[in-house]
Design a protein around this ligand. Sequence first.
Ligand code: KG4
Ligand code: ZN
Length: 359
Amino acid sequence: MLILGIETSCDETAAAVIEEKNGRFSVLSNIVSSQIKIHAPWGGVVPNLAAREHLKNILPVIETSLKEAGISIDDIDLVSLTSGPGLIPALLIGVNTARTVAFVFNKPLIGVHHIEGHIYASLLESSKKSNNYRILNEIDFPALALVISGGHTQLVLMKKHLSYEIIGTTLDDAAGEAFDKVARILGFSYPGGPIIADWAEKFQKTSFTDIKLPRPMINAKNLDFSFSGLKTAVLYTIKKNPEILKNNGRLSQISHEFQQAVSDVLISKTVKAAQKYGPKTIILAGGVSANKEIRKQLGEAIAQKLPGIKYLIPDIKYSVDNAAMIAVAGYFRWKNETNKNKFKNSWKSINADANLKLK
Ligand code: KG4
Ligand code: ZN
């Protein structure tokens, strides 16, 4: 089965083709046109600028994804698209394009939740070149997903495929949002996550140890998060010691301490959730899962405190927004539906929903 994935919920125009054979996936193409440079001067994504760029890029991106996969649109069996949540002007471009493609070429269309895509991204591996059809990372249920992106920070319990219960969430900023806002305070560009990670990596433990940031809600009994106070703590530290901004050693120190504070809280809550719910698999998902330290430290915590639990992380290229993850989530929605007639003319019923709930 060949699936075309389309994603335009935020600032990446993405299309991908994946092939499913007996429950195994191969990514035939994964095209992402990034708008980072366009939004960087504003320090965040400007919805109308995003929509304008999606409109410009969506057809070439889809055409390139088909070309790279070596197929034509006629070969596609299913179109899967992010119908929400996200920025409404941005979502509308993807939804209207996908609906038109599905109508004109008579293809079934499935709308998936963006976070569902992130969760399923860890099933994607292998490439056309190696001609490997593998599902290396099968999920054993119940599974616990730690979703950390620019818009979300959630602990999601999955008793089976496509079943989601949110057992913890952020009360204010998402983890990625905190990275981006702190990067702004430190004078770095957008998106700040990877830049803070690079500065943190340069930190030498012997240089300075005097910057200490809080680990918000780490001892709270519930599984919720809060990152806004951490961001404010960085702001006050800089206000008190503005020389930090002019000293590379200090900048790497504060980046390291901030990243470690986020990591400590995320890991502590994930371990607590796992101890309470007893999952067989822990899945790390979302753009912040590209962070090498968080990937590594969560792996170490699981090995130490939760032995025997399977740990799934997406390949870095499938951590941040892409359409291959949307295609694989769409496949599971397709497979789960016994009455395939439901997908006849399904383009008529797919709408953009900026506040789509994960369910
Ligand atoms: O999932 P994603 O691509 O888009 C949303 O759905 O929001 O996540 C983007 C977020 C941004 O906040 C970005 O700063 C963060 O992921 N990010 C990182 C890293 N790479 C991307 N945060 C920390 N470390 C990274 N290496
Ligand atoms: Zn995302």
